[in-house]
Design a binder for this molecule. Structure first.
Ligand SMILES: C[S@@+](CC[C@H](N)C(=O)[O-])C[C@H]1O[C@@H](n2cnc3c(N)ncnc32)[C@H](O)[C@@H]1O
Length: 166
């Protein structure tokens, strides 16, 4: 949420926590890559890594030569790197009567990397249903929990409006 304050800096970040119940967990690394600026230090010599080709996103990742401090990878013609811990995600206005929806672009990589296709995403604070929308869009199922019945109606209507158009 934007903060219009004049007695301190405006907070420009929020935290996302990645928790897991077990040491080994599903994580589609290819879905978490972000664009990188390739500096030509390494030539394209390595075959695409099987590790990156697996995982169900359909995103092919081409590897560049291994070594040094960088491993250059290409995804659909764009150089990519493992996503960094600071993300810039523009806010998106939501016209409905819910004031704290998050932008779909925030949750997209989390769902794509954290849940396999046809898997189930649980959102315990469903609000206006952004998680459900993105989950359906990415071919995942969802279970949503929401305290406020009015928000449940908003989420259901939003889902119906979005998917009847497809
Ligand atoms: C920040 S909003 C979530 C917005 C959602 N991510 C979206 O994009 O629409 C948090 C939601 O959690 C709901 N909530 C708060 N406490 C809850 C509880 N104990 N159980 C279920 N829902 C709860 C609130 O009613 C609110 O709609």
């Amino acid at each position: 949420m934007p903060e219009s304050v004049t007695d301190r800096c405006t907070k420009a970040h929020e935290y996302i926590f990645l928790f897991s119940k077990s040491k080994k967990y599903y994580f589609n690394h290819a879905a978490m890559l972000e664009p990188a600026t390739y500096d030509n230090r390494k030539k394209l010599t390595r075959a695409p890594s099987k590790k990156y080709l697996k995982g169900g996103t359909g995103l092919a990742v081409q590897g560049l030569s291994k070594g040094g401090s960088n491993r250059w990878n290409e995804q659909n013609g764009v150089f990519v790197r493992n996503r960094r811990s600071v993300w810039n995600v523009p806010t998106r206005a939501f016209k409905g009567a819910h004031f704290a929806t998050f932008p779909p672009d925030l949750i997209k990589p989390c769902i794509a990397a954290g849940c396999p296709e046809n898997g189930v995403v649980l959102d315990c604070f469903m609000g206006a249903g952004t998680t459900a929308l993105v989950a359906c869009d990415l071919g995942r199922n969802y279970v949503g929990i929401e305290l406020n019945e009015e928000y449940v109606k908003i989420a259901e209507q939003r889902l119906a409006d979005t998917f009847k158009k497809v």
